[in-house]
Design a binder for this molecule. Sequence first.
Ligand SMILES: C[S@@+](CC[C@H](N)C(=O)[O-])C[C@H]1O[C@@H](n2cnc3c(N)ncnc32)[C@H](O)[C@@H]1O
Length: 196
Amino acid sequence: MIETPDAIQNVPALLAAHGPGLGKNLMVWCCASSRGHKPYTLAMVLNDFSRTCSKFDFSVLATDISSRVLDIAIKGVYDAGEIDPVPMELRKKYLLKNKDKTKRLVRIVPEAIRKVRLQHLNLMDPDFGIHRKMDIIFCRNVIIYFDRETTEKLLVKLCDQLIPGGFIFMGHSELLDCTMLPLISLAPAIYQKVNR
Ligand SMILES: C[S@@+](CC[C@H](N)C(=O)[O-])C[C@H]1O[C@@H](n2cnc3c(N)ncnc32)[C@H](O)[C@@H]1O
């Protein structure tokens, strides 16, 4: 199922309220992006935002350990049933229906595809090999696979990869203990990096 925009739809408002120091060329990283739902939904929402804000631009880096899901994401083609949570105004602009109606497939438009770079990355690697710092990191529904020590080490590395003032979005049930991290809680599952 395509990611319900919920938190993603709040990104423009979050940037306006809490992100004045963030770059005009916003870098967003979805670090366990699976089949591509979240990065493409983000590309749709941020592309809409860029139309209202002339100097704003963005790039989305989407990574996953699984080549199988990355291959699906690269195609950008989904079953029509998967897009139900996407609001109609975004569907009209960013999803193309298959000409063959029997197939019930939709394709992400090239304008959104171009904004998303997909790449293989194992979050357990000691060095992510990503040279640019990120403004926003989505790390949702993946720490559930890791034990506490592994999660703590990963969160330190993710914070290092984030600019001061940048945001981390976790899954709704993935509440972080910020005492040992340079993060404050802004809203449920949304954290901002601070200087500590
Ligand atoms: C439950 S899915 C979550 C997908 C998406 N973040 C979401 O919230 O819908 C978990 C994803 O984490 C990926 N994953 C698991 N271990 C990983 C690792 N060590 N490095 C990178 N990705 C990993 C899996 O391949 C899978 O695509």
